[in-house]
Structures are given as structure tokens and as C-alpha cells.
Design a protein. Structure first.
Ligand SMILES: [Zn+2]
Length: 215
């Protein structure tokens, strides 16, 4: 299982912020391997919506610092695209934010529990993680507004990466926060048909701004 071991030299400092539309950012953490995800956020006049947290305390604090580098607004809404720890363990650092996800994301996160040593991973410095599951949940989807900009948060059903994957689709910018999903197939080869049905004019190009890391 050596392929599951995080490669050495993957530094938090290598993470970069990219503005992909006005006030919308992708936060990209090389190299996207296990426990290293990509996130993104949208800046409004009175608050920020973040799509996912990061895995460890240090990585999440670095992400929050990246947000603070472009806005003084607080993160008021945190959307978890699925329950995996690289997207949710850092939730507790988003003090004051409403944490939103699919019903099963909350359930699966509570079932998994806090980070713990796993035989085939190298030891990870998690920091002082406190489990903070989503506390506003939905069954099929929810619409979140950033000022007047609508963001469609939709459960994609199954088969997918997990039982509780959601995507965040921003139709006005043709932007897709794909969370744990890749178009076409997931890590185990499962097709992800929902990515073809996220809306927008037929044939409209979609730009995935925050694809998955691992697991
Ligand atoms: Zn995942």
C-alpha cells in the first residue's frame, strides 16, 4: 500500500490561491494526494462561503490565512462536499460559520470519528482536531447565495465517491466545485452521471475549480 503514503516534501507553503472569477477563488494544495484536498471560496460583501475545510489543523489554518489575505469578511457558511476528513477535519476552525452538508455527511462523519492512526498511512500531525460535523443538512440540495449570486448545492446520488457527495454549481459563472468527484469516474471507477446534469445551457462549458484530493 505504499501508494497511499503521502509523498515527502509536500509542503503547505506550496498551496496557491487562484481567482477563477470575480470574488471566487480556488485554493490548490499540491499534490492532491492522500489527505491533501483542494478547496475554494466565494467572497461576498458581508461574508465568505467556503467549499470544504482541509485535513489537519495546520493546513486549515493556512487556508484560513489565504482567505484572510484577500478579504476581511468572516466565513459565514462552510459547505462540506462529503464526509472525508481531508474536507472536514478542519471544520472546527471555522468559528461562527454555519456548516452545511448532505444528511449522510453528518452521519458518516460521526461514524468515522476523529482522526486516528491508520496502518498504511504514515503518521500525520493532525493538530488539535475537534470533530465538528455539519449541523444544517439537506436531503437533495440547497441553494446558497453570495450576495445575489446563486450557488446550487446538490447531492449527486450514487454511485459516486461516497454516499454523500455534493457539488456546488455556480451557473452565472459556469463554475463547478466538484468536491470528491471527477468527471467520468471516481478512484474506484464508479461513473458519476450527476456531473453531466448540473444545469446550464446544453453544451455549456463547465470549469471545475476544486477537484478532489485523497482519499
Ligand atoms: Zn474524499
Amino acid at each position: 500500500m505504499t501508494s497511499a503514503v503521502p509523498p515527502p516534501g509536500v509542503s503547505i507553503a506550496d498551496a496557491r490561491l487562484q481567482e477563477v472569477a470575480d470574488g471566487i477563488y480556488a485554493y490548490i494544495q499540491p499534490d492532491g494526494s492522500w489527505w491533501i484536498n483542494n478547496t475554494g471560496f466565494l467572497v461576498g460583501r458581508r461574508g465568505v462561503v467556503s467549499v470544504d475545510a482541509c485535513s489537519t489543523e495546520r493546513r486549515t489554518r493556512a487556508y484560513l490565512a489565504a482567505i484572510a489575505s484577500v478579504t476581511e469578511q468572516p466565513v459565514r457558511t462552510l459547505i462540506n462536499t462529503h464526509h472525508h476528513g481531508d474536507h472536514t477535519f478542519g471544520n472546527y476552525l471555522f468559528a461562527g460559520a454555519t456548516i452545511v452538508a448532505h444528511d449522510k455527511c453528518r452521519e458518516e462523519m460521526r461514524n468515522f470519528g476523529p482522526p486516528r492512526p491508520v496502518p498504511f498511512w504514515t503518521e500525520i500531525d493532525w493538530g488539535d482536531i475537534e470533530l465538528e460535523p455539519p449541523f444544517l443538512t439537506y436531503e437533495s440540495g440547497i441553494r446558497v447565495y453570495v450576495d445575489d449570486l446563486a450557488c446550487e448545492v446538490r447531492h449527486v446520488g450514487s454511485p459516486a465517491h461516497t454516499t454523500n457527495d455534493s457539488i456546488v454549481w455556480v451557473p452565472d459563472h459556469s463554475l463547478l466545485f466538484s468536491g470528491g468527484l471527477r468527471a467520468g469516474a471516481d478512484r474506484r471507477g464508479a461513473q458519476v452521471p450527476a456531473l453531466r446534469d448540473v444545469g446550464g445551457p446544453r453544451g455549456q462549458e463547465r470549469r471545475a475549480v476544486a477537484a478532489r484530493g485523497g482519499p
